[in-house]
Write a protein that binds this ligand. Structure first.
Ligand SMILES: Nc1ncnc2c1ncn2[C@@H]1O[C@H](COP(=O)(O)OP(=O)(O)OP(=O)(O)O)[C@@H](O)[C@H]1O
Length: 231
């Protein structure tokens, strides 16, 4: 079986479980939106996939092989990239230097920039001088330049106006079209559902709406509301 799978994954933090028995499946080239209320455990779930924290039960599989015991570095080398919450650019470096940290060669840089027309224009600007939206583009470009198979994106829109985030959405779509599987956690639920192939809702650490077509949730406000309340 190819792709990334979570099978009955639980995650504990401090006092107890924050994720219980979550299963999902992500294929390369697809976007799966993971939505749910604040504190539902979405960040913790992504963190268990990249091994910021371990899963306490269940299994995480890559191409059918268990990676639950793999370190963060091993998972990253296997192509699992994680854009964590908060902007993580190197402010004193230029856009080019930030992207070259992972691109390493000019050929890869040029390949990446083809998906980021806005950045191409600002390639020699110091990153600190960019707008919030442009800085997030740099973060995305740097992750894409590492040539991931799977990209975990945690609330890239934090601190951005929806209209600014809307410029980032087509870039995420283009990354997925290039063959990267994207697991997207996003506070602007409808924007995320609008670009996702599939979606699922997590509420209080549990799956309250299982993985299925994103359109079903996008088109049915009542279904979405119920799932947010815990199904
Ligand atoms: N470092 C931590 N130590 C202990 N508990 C934590 C830690 N980080 C998060 N939690 C708790 O884990 C639960 C899930 O939080 P998490 O951040 O994973 O949810 P979330 O759905 O991403 O929420 P948000 O949208 O607010 O970021 C919450 O109850 C939170 O208080």
């Amino acid at each position: 079986m190819s792709g990334l799978q979570l099978s009955g994954v639980s995650v504990s933090r401090g006092a107890g479980p924050v994720i219980s028995d979550v299963s999902l499946s992500l294929e390369e080239g697809k976007i799966l939106a993971l939505v749910g209320p604040n504190g539902a455990g979405k960040t913790s779930l992504l963190e268990s996939v990249s091994r910021v924290i371990p899963n306490s039960a269940g299994d995480i599989l890559l191409d059918g092989e268990s990676i639950s015991k793999w370190s963060r570095v091993q998972r990253s080398r296997a192509g699992i990239a994680h854009i964590e919450q908060g902007r993580a650019i190197f402010p004193s470096l230029t856009v080019r230097e930030n992207i070259m940290l992972t691109a390493r060669t000019d050929a890869v840089l040029q390949e990446v920039l083809a998906s980021f027309p806005e950045l191409e224009k600002r390639i020699d600007a110091q990153a600190v001088l960019l707008s919030g939206g442009e800085q997030q583009m740099v973060v995305l470009a740097r992750a894409f330049a590492s040539k991931p198979r799977f990209l975990l994106i945690d609330e890239m829109s934090l601190g951005l106006a929806p209209v600014v985030f809307m410029r980032i959405l087509p870039v995420i779509q283009s990354i997925a079209s290039s063959g990267v599987g994207v697991l997207l956690v996003e506070q602007f639920t409808h924007l995320a559902l609008g670009i996702a192939d599939e979606a699922m809702v997590v509420s209080s650490g549990h799956v309250s709406h299982p993985q299925g077509p994103a359109k079903a949730l996008e088109d049915d406000a009542e279904l979405l509301r119920q799932a947010y309340l815990g199904g």
